[in-house]
Design a protein around this ligand. Structure first.
Ligand code: BG6
Length: 455
């Protein structure tokens, strides 16, 4: 890992920095011997001492004397990074190997990048950008062109913290390191695949970001398509920045909305008042900061098809929502049922394999002969557990950045493909061609979606 870099966080006064970025960084610095200067910058007035106090809360487990060194070097510089002089001053404060982390809304990120393009930047500059990357395919393309004028592609880190999750990366080992899985990982054996990320959390005070974004862009356009790529890409024999990212790009290029019919293939809804885990939630439309007329969805579902020999005809259902009664975060592959066997009672049910993206548990539904009646079929479940690691997902992603290794970051062409895939759905929704349904907070979402799902 490159030592002695400076991490400049733009948007250091924001929710993302506090909730995800700094805690992830804390796990990285506790587990790896890295010396890092952490400079925060934002529009809010804050002293170095206040910034150090915030940083200290996440550096608690960093061994001494590194912890003291990290805290002493931490600084906060108030300023508007869209101003060229301010941005130049921030870069000058960073030394030779700055990593600029844009923890900012996409529109502000784009403005800062425009300003950066007009400045002399240090050779070792690395840029880390939060999702969403742009606001549509055209703006993502423009942003890519702008960024690659500033630094080469391999020093641009488009962050998707799902690629830093051990539970997601486990798709690689589970698929490719088991002779009993990869040979059946195709349409001949698999009937359908579901990638679900249902959360019990509601808006959590994030209207400023979420209300203009919605579940389709917040989760499906980014995280769930990244997961889909690992589920469906062709086998690889090496995990590195070229091989892995080529495989991800390859499968996404062949992915499109099911039947090229975004109306039939998508559903959207938003929650009304209800109770989640004993906690009352107001209707989304009544949450502070929400503009009900925007019609933002808090639950989105899209079925996509992958036009390759491996997957043609297999529906991939992507779904994610907030304020649901059950947190279901999983990848589930359902196999085609085997033919009935004369002399064995019962029709074989579909076997399935499920990866829990929260706990890392892998479950396999398997049909066997029953113990009670050895001539009757029964389905049973095998459970395997992943040992939790030391790093939070943001810690894993930051480790890549500090090591100069973009393997786990989203490549520019992939960011554009992800927009291409969801854009027909977004357009159909904007045109009002798919109704915005409702579900009570704490429920499983609107009824009837499964039955109405194509594929
Ligand atoms: O479960 P995690 O790791 O917090 O990831 C889910 C979150 O991912 C973020 O990127 C989304 O903006 C949030 O809306 C979502 O809740």
């Amino acid at each position: 890992m490159t030592a002695a870099a400076t991490l400049l966080i733009l948007g250091a006064d924001g929710d993302l920095t506090k909730r995800l970025l700094l805690p992830g960084l804390g796990t990285l610095l506790a587990a790896h011997e890295v010396d890092l200067e952490v400079i925060g910058s934002g529009l809010t007035e804050r002293t170095d001492r206040e910034w150090r106090e915030l940083v200290a809360t996440v550096f608690e487990s960093v061994p001494e004397p590194r912890r003291t060194r990290l805290l002493e070097s931490a600084r906060y510089i108030r300023g508007d990074a869209t101003d060229a002089d301010v941005l130049a001053g921030l870069l000058a404060a960073c030394g030779d190997t700055p990593i600029v982390f844009f923890a900012l809304p996409p529109a502000v990120t784009a403005r800062v990048c425009l300003v950066l393009d007009g400045l002399d930047v240090p050779d070792g500059l690395r840029l880390a950008l939060e999702k969403p990357f742009g606001t549509d395919r055209a703006s993502a393309k423009q942003l890519n062109a702008l960024l690659t004028r500033i630094v080469p592609e391999r020093r641009i880190y488009r962050i998707d913290h799902f690629l830093g999750r051990a539970t997601v990366l486990n798709l690689l080992g589970t698929r490719f390191a088991n002779r009993m899985i990869e040979p059946v990982w195709h349409r001949g054996a698999i009937e359908r695949i579901e990638i679900v990320y249902d959360e019990t959390l509601g808006l959590e005070g994030r209207a400023g970001y979420y209300d203009g974004t919605g579940a389709l862009v917040d989760m499906i356009q980014s995280h769930l398509l990244a997961v889909l790529a690992l589920v469906a890409m062709d086998p690889i024999d090496r995990v590195d920045e070229v091989v892995l990212r080529d495989a991800i790009a390859g499968v996404l290029r062949d992915t499109a909305v099911w039947g090229e019919d975004p109306v039939a293939a998508s559903r959207r809804a938003r929650y009304v008042a209800g109770e989640v885990d004993g906690r009352s939630l107001p209707a989304y439309a009544d949450e502070p900061g929400v503009d009900p007329d925007l019609g933002t969805e808090t639950l989105a579902q899209v079925v996509v098809a992958i036009d390759t020999d491996r997957w043609r005809g297999v529906p991939f259902l992507l779904r994610s929502g907030k304020a649901l009664g059950r947190a279901r975060k999983l990848v589930r592959a359902v196999f085609r049922p085997a033919e009935p066997i004369e002399g064995l009672e019962g029709t074989p049910r579909s076997d399935w394999i499920e990866l829990d993206l929260s706990s890392g548990e892998v479950q396999v539904g398997l049909t066997m002969n029953g113990g009670g009646d050895p001539f009757a079929l029964e389905q049973t479940t095998l459970v395997a557990r992943q040992v939790p690691g030391a790093l939070l997902p943001y810690g894993e992603v930051l480790k890549g950045i500090l090591s100069d290794d973009p393997t786990l970051s989203i490549r520019g062409d992939v960011a554009e493909e992800c927009w291409r895939i969801v854009e027909p759905v977004a357009a159909a929704w904007r045109a009002g061609r798919v109704p915005l349904e409702e579900y009570p907070a704490g429920s499983d979402g609107p009824d009837g979606w499964r039955e109405a799902t194509p594929g």
